[in-house]
Design a protein around this ligand. Sequence first.
Ligand code: AMP
Ligand code: MG
Length: 267
Amino acid sequence: MKRYLVEPGKKIVLAERNPNDTRAFEGGKEKGLKVLQELNLELQALQEVLYAEQKHRVLVVLQAMDTGGKDGAIRRVFEGVNPQGVKVASFKVPTPEEMAHDFLWRVHKVVPGDGDLVIFNRSHYEDVLVVRVHEYVPKSVWKKRYDQINEFEKLLAENGTTILKFFLHIDKDEQKERLQARLDDPSKHWKFRLGDLEERKLWDQYQEAYEDVFNKTSTEYAPWYIVPANRKWYRDLVISTVLVNTLKDLKMKYPESEENLDGVVIE
Ligand code: AMP
Ligand code: MG
């Protein structure tokens, strides 16, 4: 999965990344879905120890263009995990109260505590993406945010938070198909906003803004992965693999009882 990692300090060109790529997995979709199932069981087990141990904090950031598959990835990758230790935080257009604070205020409030795994469905990165593309704040303001974000993530990392950031990379044709599918299915109309068509017109500006995000904010302590996401099974497989491997590396253990349980008999 190293090939999808944005190496800190190394400039990437988004157009050179193939959203159809399925290279890292030989077996094709059918086999891929089986492996995904196995990874899902592993993730469930790892999350249980994470919750029991109350030592580590895990933050998963998901960003994508509209229809990129954030909702689907959350549903599939985290299927079956214990809701007690897992939370999803979704970031929408800021409320007046949020607007009256610095852009990280609403974010810091919902970062994971000990034993928690928190998934960000959109994130503080919107403040250098949608905000930049629409010039909601002047350049002099958003320009400073990359450093502010790096400092913020460093603070989290130095305080026991493992951070993984995933960009679900689809292409413009795939977005067209997915928007059309939403339009054709009344049960998906709630997800379709006419505004999405206006955003689509800004595709190139968004790609450019994303490129800056990767080139400025992929760090050792909070790396970005650019996940080929035209194929949903492969997208989920990449995210699951990175997540499971990262959690394994934490070498988590179930805590021992603080009491001596030797010879305890239950009457
Ligand atoms: P959705 O994720 O489809 O429910 O849409 C949420 C919307 O909120 C998207 O259009 C985002 O671009 C927008 N959004 C999220 N964060 C911000 C922000 N900081 N400033 C402006 N718009 C935002
Ligand atoms: Mg939407």
